[in-house]
Design a protein around this ligand. Sequence first.
Ligand code: ZN
Length: 342
Amino acid sequence: MIIDCHGHYTTAPKALEEWRNRQIAGIKDPAMMPKVSELKISDDELCETIELNQLRLMKERGSDLTIFSPRASFMAHHIGDFNVSSTWAAICNELCYRVSQLFPDHFVPAAMLPQSPGVDPATCILELEKCVNEYGNVGINLNPDPSGGHWTSPPLSDKSWYPIYEKMVEYDIPAMIHVSTSCNACFHTTGAHYLNADTTAFMQCLTSDLFKDFPTLRFLIPHGGGAVPYHWGRFRGLAQELKKPLLEDHLLNNIFFDTCVYHQPGINLLNTVIPVKNVLFASEMIGAVRGIDPQTGHYYDDTKRYIEASPILSNEDRFQIYEGNARRVFPRLDAKLKAKGQ
Ligand SMILES: [Zn+2]
């Protein structure tokens, strides 16, 4: 089985974006604020957007199951207050849940949280509980920077995040550390802000003792870990100066990386530096980079090709990256599959 642990609903029906635009307009002019009930998307519309897009590509490229969360750039936690984020997160999470119900063999949901800058992360717990208990979500996306590129929140090691971690440990679910749209002109959303955040989250964990407090907490750092694998020597050296344990012991029981790296040399580097047990297959298809690479004639985000062509990986390694590691990092996914005899 090939599990893609990083997919977003980037192809949701236009009505979703139109509703969101009205919600944003309603922040300034409450008379414009739409009701949740005014958003109407039928099952047929959901099926069409999935069948024509993600599911078609999954079949073409040969992946079986996608861990599916709301579109990351649309989370835009910096817009409005907690109530705005809360309503928006509930809508987006419900849509991913419905997709998972319509295509139970191909999509399993992961939740966005109703984060809001300056608001206590503990306020996200209710939505998190609903998504796990009622919608069968197997993970969450946690935004380390709800301000959208201004980094006004304390680091991930700060105690204000602990209520979320306590709930993650209780439910045995991992978090993908995933920022949203940058509203800081210095940082391009997918080219700079995402990769900055991946690197930043890793370093926040490195300088802290977070995983001493939460030995079973699991973070999935997407986009191949940002700059982390490339600069592994720097991080090892910094950990040494800070008198931290070796990174293998300090972080690699808790931090995992996905394979959303869009060229062969990058994937080779990732798998040379980071142990196989810490790498999970992912493509983030129909996401940040949607074009065809003229050097290969294939889509940049067709990442399975790079795993297949890797000169480093054995077939057992590939099994772990495609399936074994995902089952370990997402135990609720593993339980779902086992319940179906898979
Ligand atoms: Zn993503």
